[in-house]
Design a protein around this ligand. Structure first.
Ligand code: HEC
Length: 135
């Protein structure tokens, strides 16, 4: 006969194993857990700066190992919010097309900057919404 204690003893661990199994299969089939900034980058930045942050020839500057963005890291929230429209030199190349501001909240801005830094800039800086608000 199935009593409540048999249920706790056998069924509960089985359910836990199934939950962990589904999680492991999910991670295995989807690679790693996705960075929260990735879908935002794809939606708002990728059409110009490229999937790998490579930019577009002399029209859009690269983000991959970009010296300009790395040395002006604290300006990133402002550039994303307000855009940039002045001649800038990125990794030795001059760019002079305007980038328009993009409407995002502080958390989204922080997630995009964090993703951009981890994938492309690779500085030791981090980004969060409190820092974004202060800039
Ligand atoms: C419509 C195309 C376009 C979109 C969309 C766009 N950018 Fe830009 N971005 C540019 C251009 C053009 C410049 C150069 C501006 C200048 O020369 O003044 C630039 C410059 C930059 C720079 C500084 C230069 C460098 O490469 O380090 C950063 C950082 C940057 N963009 C990040 C972003 C992020 C993050 C997003 C998405 C939230 C984004 N951009 C969306 C076109 C775009």
């Amino acid at each position: 006969m199935y009593t409540y204690s048999t249920y706790i003893k056998y069924l509960a661990p089985l359910i836990i194993v199934i939950i962990i199994g589904v999680f492991v299969i999910n991670v295995a089939t989807h690679g790693t857990i996705q960075h929260p900034g990735k879908p935002l980058y794809t939606k708002h930045c990728e059409q110009c700066h490229g999937e790998k942050g490579e930019g577009i020839r002399s029209l859009v500057p690269p983000l991959a190992q970009a010296d300009f963005a790395s040395t002006n890291f604290d300006s990133l929230p402002c550039w994303i919010t307000n855009g940039i429209s002045r001649p800038i030199t990125v990794n030795g190349q001059l760019f002079d097309q305007p980038m328009y501001g993009i409407k995002l909240d502080e958390v989204q801005t922080a997630n995009i900057i964090s993703y951009m830094n981890d994938e492309f800039l690779k500085t030791d800086r981090t980004a969060n919404s409190i820092w974004v608000k202060k800039q």
